[in-house]
Design a protein around this ligand. Structure first.
Ligand code: HEC
Ligand code: HEC
Length: 284
């Protein structure tokens, strides 16, 4: 073959195509060889250091004894250690003291979120935005009060506002007049005749002269446009006035029960939830 090599003296292999395309015997570039050997060394070293080679019944453990599971457990232990510091602090503190510590508050809010989703969201919505006939927690309007102690109390003991049904004591036109009066009140309008009836029929006993409600009783503030019972407005107010709220003597009464969580949650869990709820709405 060499004698009819058209490129004598060249380091070709003697394979030609199309007259002048030919295979040469050049060594691969140096950088390529270095990379090849380096990766081979890497491969063997990896197999020595880390678990890699299958054996008949097991696998090689590597000289360091490293396992992914161990690394995972160590990571978890690290997180637990950080959590434990916070949890220990929380146990010894009141909810108000937790709130005074921004770092602890951040931790507490994060750790209470899942609990809120499990225990509270069904009624109050996942972000405390409320549901039909379940109060919004993520605003500044509170039935019972938005300071931290009151929130703890609401969660611990539950709440059940009571308004007596007035269907038997009021004439239909009085129900009408009162419903229109409270709706006007919520729109910022004053009406002396309505105010007189409101006073005369005893509404003031629970809602106050000004209709702003009393947090001790959880009687809704009637002067804001935030309605506790959907859809709000005159018809809704008429219903509440006639049948009341949680009045056991009236089968048509509105239900408004916040269950007690004393037996269902630990004291720490209640504190955490109170801090979270406070951060959603806050205020008084
Ligand atoms: C079964 C439904 C239900 C569940 C579950 C529930 N709540 Fe309530 N919650 C209510 C109702 C209804 C009220 C209003 C009671 C009333 O009108 O008297 C309320 C009121 C409250 C209040 C008082 C709000 C105010 O304006 O003063 C707070 C705070 C509160 N809930 C927090 C929670 C937290 C935290 C959880 C979870 C641990 C929770 N609730 C679970 C139904 C529920
Ligand atoms: C025994 C106390 C009590 C009396 C008396 C009372 N209320 Fe109420 N009322 C309440 C409470 C408590 C609530 C809120 C219930 C809840 O959210 O659990 C309420 C709620 C309401 C609501 C619903 C507000 C909303 O945001 O949806 C209206 C309207 C209302 N009352 C009007 C009246 C009128 C008018 C009278 C007089 C005829 C009256 N109430 C008498 C305790 C009372």
């Amino acid at each position: 073959m060499a004698e009819n090599n058209p490129f004598p003296g060249e380091n070709n292999t003697g394979h030609f195509w199309d007259d002048n395309l030919r295979e040469l015997e050049n060594p691969p570039p140096r950088w390529w060889m270095i990379a090849l050997w380096a990766s081979l060394i890497w491969f063997i070293a990896y197999g020595v250091i880390y678990p890699m080679w299958p054996t008949l019944s097991d696998y090689s453990k590597g000289v360091t004894g490293w396992t992914q599971m161990q690394e995972y457990s160590a990571g978890i232990a690290e997180v637990e250690a950080i959590r434990a510091q916070y949890e220990e602090k929380i146990t010894g503190m009141s909810a108000a003291q937790i709130l005074a510590d921004p770092d602890l508050t951040t931790y507490t809010k994060a750790s209470a979120r899942v609990l809120f989703g499990d225990k509270c969201a069904a009624c109050h919505g996942s972000g405390g935005q409320g549901n039909v006939d379940f109060p919004v927690l993520a605003d500044d309007d509170w039935l019972y009060g938005g300071n931290i102690e009151t929130i703890v109390e609401s969660i611990t003991n539950g709440r059940q506002g009571v308004m007596t049904a007035h269907a038997a004591i009021l004439q239909p036109d009085e129900v009408d007049a009162l419903a229109n009066y409270v709706v006007a009140l919520s729109e910022g309008k004053q009406d002396p005749a309505g105010q007189a009836l409101f006073t005369q029929k005893g509404c003031v006993a629970c809602h106050g002269m000004d209709g702003k409600g009393m947090q001790m009783l959880g009687s809704a503030n009637l002067t804001d446009a935030i309605w506790r019972f959907e859809p709000g407005g005159v018809e809704s107010a008429k219903y509440t006035i006639q049948y009341g709220v949680n009045d056991p003597s009236n089968p048509m009464t509105r239900e408004a029960v916040m269950p007690s969580f004393q037996a269902l949650l630990s004291e720490d869990e209640i504190k955490k939830l109170a801090v979270l709820v406070h951060s959603l709405g806050g205020g008084q």
